[in-house]
Design a protein around this ligand. Structure first.
Ligand code: RNT
Ligand code: ZN
Length: 422
């Protein structure tokens, strides 16, 4: 589609939204201020760059598929991310894992990672004009093979992972300081059991002890902030997960930390959308991992479905967009990885835009007047409004491809870059 056509369509769309008292320009200005924390791990199936690592993924998560051309080195991953940035409107963030440090080919164990191992990432991020976030890596490691890390009853194992977590916070604070913007440190551990567990309380006491040790050090909020990510079950932890939602929620509330709500980490019919307005009354900030759960798996590529829309509607309706950190979390190795990233990220941005284009004033007026049919009909009407025209205009303005061009551009990069890697 040519630019003139996009602008023509946008002009008509803007009029139609204005009839419902929706200001598309205001919505787009707000959308421009929403950074997504894009996860690095879609690019290489959560492999990371530790010397001697076989890239074998373990610890309750799995990437299935073998689409050719995955990034094998840091240079390739950065190259793919630079391509991704071209396909997304706006400036975003990159969420790294500790296993993605620049270890210079040397074997550096998880309890020995240092801030300097992320200096080349800082330089690269600055060259892209993006900020970084961090995650501790408590999986794909011999000391996580038992399925227990911070909740282990083996003191040597537990202390090893406490040290890893402490170092992750130090790295995160270093990154935040250097980039002049707080780096969010997200903590997720796989700890749990496959089957009926005799001592749930015992493992939870261990985790509590570990967290107290980890958070004994305080860092300035301008450098790093901590988020705790709970889960209901994982592969191999079907019956019991130590770090459950309630566990972390209570801990974070007591300690003034954040929780991370991962949309794939709850009962299949339980939506995190409804949790947002409640938690924002009690927490200064929230982290959200937007993912897509399919049956027992929680990590499918995000698409613009009802669940994704509901989450972003609640974030926007809360009026607290600046207090909710939006991150992506999925890994699909069965399709083009740059395409997976692109669709996931653009879907979230589209969901934000859709929520911003809601005829909010009219909806509220109906609701407060008790006109619930009016509210229903307005929501139905909203669904057929020409949102795609606003989105394409936004992409054009931001120098990103219109929706119709994404397929071709991803294919071109596939043919000229990633497939040549095989
Ligand atoms: C796993 C968690 C966690 C991971 C990443 C790789 O269930 O969602 O966020 O996906 O840390
Ligand atoms: Zn997650």
């Amino acid at each position: 589609m040519n630019d003139r056509k996009i602008e023509e369509r946008y002009r008509l769309a803007r009029e139609q939204y204005a009839e419902l008292a929706v200001d598309t320009e205001g919505a787009l200005a707000a959308l421009c201020g929403v950074p997504l924390s894009v996860h690095c791990w879609q690019g290489d199936d959560v492999g990371g760059f530790e010397a001697g690592s076989d890239g074998e993924l373990s610890g309750g998560i799995a990437a299935t598929g073998n689409y050719p051309g995955k990034a094998r080195t840091m240079a390739e991953l950065r190259q793919d991310l630079e391509q991704l940035w071209k396909l997304l409107p706006g400036k975003h963030r990159l969420a790294l894992h500790m296993s993605y440090g620049d270890f210079g080919g040397k074997r550096v164990d998880r309890d020995a990672v240092e801030p300097r191992h992320f200096d080349s990432w800082l330089a690269w991020a600055a060259s892209c004009g993006i900020k970084l976030d961090m995650n501790g890596t408590f999986f794909s490691h011999p000391k996580a093979a038992s399925g227990l890390t911070l909740a282990s009853k083996d003191e040597a194992v537990r202390r090893f992972w406490v040290e890893h977590a402490r170092r992750t916070r130090a790295v995160s604070a270093h990154i935040g300081r250097k980039q002049g913007n707080a780096c969010i440190d997200n903590l997720w551990i796989p700890d749990g059991m496959k089957d009926a567990t005799a001592d749930r309380a015992g493992y939870r006491r261990q985790l509590l002890k570990s967290l107290d040790e980890i958070f004994a050090t305080a860092y300035p909020a301008a450098e790093t902030r901590d988020a705790l990510e709970g889960k209901l079950f994982g592969i191999g932890s079907e019956t019991f997960v130590v770090g459950s939602h309630e566990f972390y929620l209570a801990y974070a509330a007591r300690k003034g930390l954040m929780v991370t709500l991962d949309s794939g980490h709850y009962h299949p019919t339980e939506s995190i959308a409804d949790k947002i307005s409640a938690l924002l009354l009690f927490f200064d900030e929230l982290m959200v991992h937007i993912s897509r759960g399919v049956r027992w798996d929680s990590d499918h590529v995000v698409v613009l479905n009802d669940e994704c829309r509901a989450i972003l509607e609640e974030v926007v309706r809360s009026g607290c967009m600046d207090r909710v950190h939006l991150g992506l979390d999925f890994f699909d190795a069965s399709i083009n990885r740059i395409g997976a990233w692109t669709v996931g990220a653009r879907s979230v941005l589209k969901a934000v835009l859709l929520a911003l284009l809601e005829p909010r004033a009219k909806l509220l007026a109906c609701e407060e007047a008790g006109d619930y049919f009016g509210r229903m009909q307005l929501l139905e009407y909203s669904k057929i409004l020409p949102f795609g025209a606003v989105w394409d205009h936004h992409c054009l303005q931001a120098g990103a491809p219109a929706e119709s061009e994404v397929f071709g551009l991803v294919g071109q990069y596939d043919a000229t870059v990633t497939r040549k890697r095989a």
